[in-house]
Design a protein around this ligand. Structure first.
Ligand SMILES: Cc1ncc(COP(=O)(O)O)c(C=O)c1O
Length: 395
């Protein structure tokens, strides 16, 4: 461990605050570190490994496709890319039928902005306070946290108007005939697992329709079954014009995707956008398998059921402990907001020592985004452990 830390210190950019463990193996909801200590993983690589670590079908697909063909470029027709697009069209909101493939969430968001500007010929984008859309220039420009944006001001397009998440009056005042798109995470992830009021997403849909702006839903974190539906926007029956997907789509194999209504996607012509690696045979084969397994194992339904059990356990903790502000979330995208960042940090460290991986977002919010295959007994184990830890933290 020491020499590894020295290698990090000497050679790796310090862009992350890392917890002091070295995971080397994973299976299902469990991770083993370099010392053989086992953890139950309630982070899942930040809402990525939804089928669990090293799912046998994913591993098999990687092996088989790697032996056949990994990369050819988009100069040719790619079989697994077409098949993945068809599979995505079956699970995304019905009006989303065409897809552009890339390698990460931020790239999917950049593609969405370019498409919106191309389609509308307009220049401004309305984004939400508390949002997170990635770290590339335009994606971070639409990200609320000023400390992520401000050091890079010269790089960031000056096209973003922020409104409070959930505030339809502010949306009405801000969306104009210059607005190309409104972007929102149906449930905010990095911003602290924030669920909007029920009228918000339908209201945004209406305002976009009235003004001719496109509605982009960033489902990178809350999509792919995590909240108990294939996509979180289904909870409110609202369809976007453009959707962004990444994270769980590859279960750990990098892939991102921007989907749109066909008439919107039609405004992209050859040369308008591209990605060398995007939609390569290997990544697409993996994502196809992920969708198939999610369907076979009925993971969205499972996330709804285990998620509601989990949320009840969190609500009990919230009622009992003075250090807890609130329990919130949907499906298996859940959070416990504590009253202080220090308490949140301590809780995470103590949970790790006791064999549970959890993480913190928006300062003092404990976030729970485990693999969707998590079982109630593991949830109960974590809840019991948190109960003890919070008692100690409060002393
Ligand atoms: C909602 C949302 N959008 C975009 C991103 C950026 O994705 P990536 O880190 O793959 O670029 C994230 C990552 O956390 C996210 O949660």
């Amino acid at each position: 461990m020491k020499s590894l830390l020295e290698l990090y210190e000497k050679y790796v950019a310090r862009t992350y605050e890392r917890q002091p463990i070295v995971p080397v193996e994973g299976e299902g909801v469990r991770i083993r570190d370099i010392n053989g200590k086992e953890y139950i993983d309630f982070v899942a690589g930040i809402a990525v490994c939804s089928l669990g670590h090293c799912h046998p079908e994913v591993v098999r697909t990687i092996k088989e496709q790697a032996e056949k063909l990994m990369h050819v470029s988009n100069l040719y027709y790619i079989k697994t890319q077409a098949e993945l697009a068809e599979a995505l069209a079956e699970v995304t909101p019905p009006s989303i039928e065409k897809f552009f493939f890339c390698n990460s969430g931020a790239e999917a968001v950049e593609a969405a902005f370019k498409l919106a500007v191309r389609y509308t010929g307009r220049e401004r984008i309305v984004a939400m306070r508390g949002s997170f859309h990635g770290r590339s220039a335009a994606a971070v420009g639409a990200t609320w946290n000023p400390s992520y944006r401000e050091p890079f001001t010269p790089l960031i397009p000056k096209i973003f108007d922020f409104i409070p998440f959930g505030d339809l009056d502010a949306a009405r005042d801000t969306i104009t005939e210059r607005t190309a798109a409104v972007i929102a995470e149906p449930i905010q992830g990095e911003g602290g697992v924030n669920v909007p009021p029920d009228d918000f997403l339908p209201g945004l849909r209406e305002l976009c329709d009235d003004s001719g702006a496109l509605l982009i839903f960033d489902e990178i974190q809350c999509g792919m079954g995590r909240t108990g539906k294939w996509f979180a926007c289904e909870h409110w029956g609202v369809e976007p014009d453009i959707i962004t997907i990444a994270k769980a789509l590859g279960n750990g194999f990098p892939i991102g995707c921007m989907g749109a209504k066909p008439e919107v996607m039609a405004s992209f012509s050859p040369g308008d956008h591209a990605s060398t690696f995007g939609g390569n045979p290997l990544a697409c084969a993996v994502a196809k398998t992920v969708i198939r397994v999610m369907k076979e194992e009925k993971l969205p339904q499972r996330a709804a059921e285990t998620g509601s059990h989990f949320k009840k356990r969190l609500e009990i903790l919230s009622e009992k402990h003075g250090s807890v502000e609130e329990a919130r979330g949907l499906g298996l995208m859940l959070a416990l907001e504590l009253k202080s960042e220090e308490a949140a940090r301590k809780t995470i460290d103590m949970a790790r020592e006791r064999g549970y991986l959890i993480n913190r977002t928006a300062g003092k919010v404990l976030r729970f985004v485990p693999p969707l295959i998590i079982e109630k007994k593991d949830i109960d184990g974590l809840a019991g452990t948190l109960d003890q830890i919070l008692e100690e933290v409060e002393k």
